[in-house]
Design a protein around this ligand. Sequence first.
Ligand code: VG1
Ligand code: CO
Length: 543
Amino acid sequence: MTQITTVATTPIAGQKPGTSGLRKKTPVFMGRHYLENFVQSIFDVVGAAGKTFVLGGDGRYFNDRAAQVILRMAAANGAARVIVGQGAILSTPAASHLIRLNKTDGGIIMSASHNPGGPNEDFGVKFNMPNGGPAPEGVTEAMYKRTTEITEYRVLEAQDVDLGRIGRHELGAMVVDVVDPVTDYAALMETLFDFPAIRAMFAGGFRMRMDSMCAVTGPYAVEIIENRLGAAKGTCVNATPLPDFGGMHPDPNPTWAKALMDEMFGAVAPDFGAASDGDGDRNMVVGRGIYVSPSDSLAVLAANAHLAPGYKAGLKGIARSMPTSAAADRVAEALGVHHYETPTGWKFFGNLLDAGKATICGEESFGTGSDHVREKDGLWAVLLWLNILAVRKESVAQILHEHFKRFGRNYYSRHDFEAIDTANADAMFAALRAALPGLKGQDFDGLVVTHADDFAYTDPVDGSVSTKQGVRVLFDGGSRAVFRLSGTGTEGATLRLYLERFVTGPDELGEDPQSALAPVIRAAHRIAGIAAHTGRSEPDVVT
Ligand code: VG1
Ligand code: CO
């Protein structure tokens, strides 16, 4: 017997979605009514009666339990059907694809992305729209508002659905279709890339290391890279998703993917290395002895995308988040297409992709993607790189150096100052914002400020305005410092300092971005008074 129960509840403070959904410590999410209040607020805003949704997550601790709760609540709210990845697993891009492929009314993704997982780490829930993309600010604001008013939620009294068994299940009057998480996604990749050419490259002895960091891309990477493209068995490592990611921090950057970096810079390095994050939407790419910064990766992918069958007609436009380096803008100019600068967070690319204004998008935070889905897509970027390498038959280093020669080089780095006191961070930003009007014309050891503002964005499609998206200080000659507070952290505040310096010739300032950027770093510290406000002079993570 199944029966719908209406449970009385009261609002819980702080259920405000950030850059990418609602993220909190797992014990908070597991607290009384916490998940239920937020999920009911989602359904109250988007409506559930008669609708079809996709559900899946990155497999972290609490993923399986949360999935059962969300299913019971969907059934109690009158949803007609939910499509769930087997074991409640779906990478974020695969979930986006399933929403689009099945023309559903949206989907719920359980993930805290690159944040660690486990009983005392992070959990997250996010709603994606019928276009497959993250809910825009207007919708997440409405959800947040609903959490502040909620008085009850509905849940079906029923046993767990067996999410291990592929096929159709019933939950009260609702249908639950459990699907293989990989099949449809892998089929989509085959339509975009030249699999025979990549297969031939592997058959010719090309060696790769793919590090899934014990997170969700493992099964996808093994199926696509080893089984379909014929890379040697064992090419994919850390390929079994674990609830605590094996204790690792599933964030594909040189700090957290250190084992991969060591191998790629070691004596017997493979030709190509890559890593992806907790939910599979981020990627890091490394050549033998050379690291590819995410902003450069975006530019190289955009400049070479036409070499892949899915993009042979060329690009409609290129979009990047504001803190991402301007390297991609130069490619857009060379291609004669528009480039767009959006606030941080993939949700801002949705309208540009839907309207056919952009084909490729990227963020400096190891995110690249295209109009094939409405999320960034880690394996997509890895496969596009493989396709380019297979066609050009050059090394990553050669491709990168040739790119710099043609387009110039944007030295780039991001410095993160983590878990700083929230009040101190707020005070620093208040002072910084107050100082903005007087910055223009000031000289910081030869770097003259040409423009300083608090980034605001007007969406070119729907006209919506997003303000306070990061403080940017532009210097003469294309150098830049950008200051933002993270919207995905779960502890205190995280200051992100983005640094950029442009040179027209290749490698004019050597191979080390930190020394090339030293004057910009000094100016940024002086302008914001980072040490005085936060007590920190050195960042915790440098990417
Ligand atoms: C960070 C990144 C941002 C990215 C977001 C979600 O946000 O800077 O570029 O879109 O994470 O990535 P913030 O607010 O902490 O800087 V992930 O892989 O969720 O989904
Ligand atoms: Co992610």
